[in-house]
Design a protein around this ligand. Structure first.
Ligand SMILES: NC(=O)c1ccc[n+]([C@@H]2O[C@H](COP(=O)([O-])OP(=O)(O)OC[C@H]3O[C@@H](n4cnc5c(N)ncnc54)[C@H](O)[C@@H]3O)[C@@H](O)[C@H]2O)c1
Ligand SMILES: O=C(O)C1=N[C@H](C(=O)O)CCC1
Length: 266
């Protein structure tokens, strides 16, 4: 198998550290460089927790891609940085695999156009955990029979974006198969603002943020005399890494942007 040269943006973060470790232990992956907010010009091996892992550090994504010419960027940063990195990567002919969440429909559309112009692959995956992809697919199946649905997503309290990328993606998949619907009583009123959550195409989304959590979601369907709950839990960040590996391998064969691993996992 040909070696895939990878740049990781956000290597010191919770997900970035897992991704560095994934690249290190995968024979056909090579860590070509990292993009970090600090330590420009330094080496990852000199950063605490990365002893023996040699990769040049850049703070400027464009300079990194220009000098390193990697095959793939894995971005695990913040919404602002992730959007910028993905766009610069595509301009330099580097295929982005974006795990960073908080992208809007417009962001995704702009990057899709850029990937098409360049004729290279890109993947934006709100959730890399295979179980979460199945949870979303099962929810889409169930929505055909149970149009009344609410999403509760639960994450650690250091998360920047709400609702989660997974909750938005789940609502998008459900809204593809059910007509727009106003749920609950037509005259219902919130006596405390936000009590009924945010809505995507009429689907309520409730975001919980608590220390101790990692990433969890329940999709609850209600019907006549019955309810169906589909739940997924990520108990650690290693749960995302098989999806990151699959995305890096797959993006090399794509010529357009794919949003969501449900398009890749049959
Ligand atoms: N797709 C998935 O399966 C999945 C799973 C977990 C987390 N996430 C997302 O991944 C992102 C990162 O999550 P996390 O928990 O690792 O966050 P984190 O805060 O632990 O790490 C983010 C890292 O990005 C770095 N960073 C910020 N701006 C930067 C810049 N301009 N250049 C380089 N590095 C920069 C920070 O220094 C930090 O080390 C979030 O958007 C989160 O929602 C996605
Ligand atoms: O830790 C996070 O942040 C996560 N975000 C993703 C999302 O927004 O859907 C899912 C996995 C964990």
């Amino acid at each position: 198998m040909e070696t895939i040269r990878i740049v990781i943006a956000g290597p010191r973060g919770r997900m970035g550290r897992e991704a560095v470790s994934l690249v290190q232990k995968t024979d056909h992956f090579q860590l070509a460089a990292v993009i970090d907010r600090k330590n420009d010009g330094g080496n990852l091996a000199d950063v605490e927790g990365f002893s023996g892992i040699h990769a040049p550090i850049y703070t400027d994504a464009a300079r990194c891609f220009e000098e390193i010419k990697p095959d793939v960027l894995i971005d695990l940063t913040t919404p602002e940085a992730g959007k910028k990195h993905a766009e610069i990567a595509l301009r330099y002919g580097v295929r982005p695999v974006v795990g960073t969440t908080g992208f809007t429909d417009e962001d995704i559309q702009r990057l899709t156009t850029l990937a098409e112009e360049k004729g290279i692959g890109a993947i934006i995956a709100p959730n890399f955990a295979i179980g979460a992809i199945l949870m979303m697919k099962f929810a889409q199946m169930a929505a055909k029979y149970f149009p009344d649905v609410e999403i509760i997503e639960l994450h650690h309290d250091q998360k920047l974006d709400a609702p989660s990328g997974t909750a938005v993606k789940t609502a998008q998949l459900i809204s593809m198969v059910r007509p727009t619907k106003k749920q609950g009583h037509p005259d219902e009123k919130e006596t405390l603002a936000g009590a009924r959550g945010a809505t995507y195409d009429g689907i309520p989304i409730h975001s919980v943020r608590l220390p101790g959590l990692i990433a969890h979601q329940e999709v609850i369907f209600g019907g006549n005399g019955q309810a169906l709950t589909i739940r997924h839990d990520s108990f650690n960040r290693a749960s995302f890494m098989s999806g990151v590996k699959l995305s890096v391998e797959t993006v090399m064969k794509l010529h357009t942007l794919v949003y969501g691993l449900e398009h890749i996992i049959e």
